[in-house]
Write a protein that binds this ligand. Sequence first.
Ligand code: ZN
Ligand code: ZN
Length: 351
Amino acid sequence: MDALLVSPGADLRYLTGYEALPLERLTCLVLPASGDPLMVVPALEQPAAEASPLGALNLEIAAWHETDDPYALIASRLPGAGTLRTVGLDNHMWAEKVLNFRRVLPGAEQVLAGSVLGELRMRKTEQEIASLRAAGAAIDAVHRRVPEWLRPGRTEREVGKDIADAIIAAGHATVDFVIVASGPNGASPHHELSDRVIQAGDQVVVDIGGTMPDGYCSDSTRNYSLGVPAAEYADYYKVLLAAQTAQCEAIRPGITAEELDAVGRDLIAAAGYGDKFIHRTGHGIGLETHEEPYIVSGSARPLEPGMAFSVEPGIYLAGKHGARIEDIAVCTADGGERLNLTTRDLVVVDV
Ligand code: ZN
Ligand code: ZN
């Protein structure tokens, strides 16, 4: 690539520490393959950019005014703009910005910068792992309190409100998602909240996460039962727990993403639930809740020390109930470290 163009989002925050507002006005880090980087910001955002960690990076900040064309400005400042062959755009750049860059750089092929930036972001530094560990501890503190709020007669939405408040109280800056999937809703992996009234005898999937003030995310799923579950549920929960445990214990450098997926999928299939595990095993996590590497069949990517990802097999019986156990884990030099440490057993709440 002859240059990278990075608009507001996790890539920009990763590279500069600047948590820029995602506005229609263009903010863009310009990184030519050779030559100095340039940060282009709307004039009204300049004070915020300078006050952010970006201000200490000692790179040029070029402000544009309301009647300027910031795309033309960037084209004029890119070394050899007319001869650029390939420019990398951050994977989440808005289409209107992509097309404006195509307008001012018509000779350049646009490709995804993720092929470069993803390689950097998926290998976490010690500092990033410490941030993910703190995020894991914060969401664990919320899971420990969930039994206080799960009561027959309350709706999923009411329980979800308590959980959301606790996610902030535990130190997160934002709540990213709250799934309280009770009874048959547990069979829908991305069910969020509904007005269903939780009943005695229900099993409840609680999958929650937030973003810490430093930008790193948490994500953990635990399962609760209001009273002792029926035999069918208890049986497949045992299978699920064995699969998730085996996967976490199989983490080590060199195992591929698809091999790690198969470690759990094979156990679940052998117990007769293969067609009930309807999603990949996991996703990378860092400044975004879902990022590389994905732990999925078809990915021959070998794990490396520093990679952080979820391990979250699930079993879903449509119309009845479901379960998913999710930890964030980090690949270490000789194995794996789980960052979520609350019990993975079914938590039985007395009713
Ligand atoms: Zn997840
Ligand atoms: Zn989750």
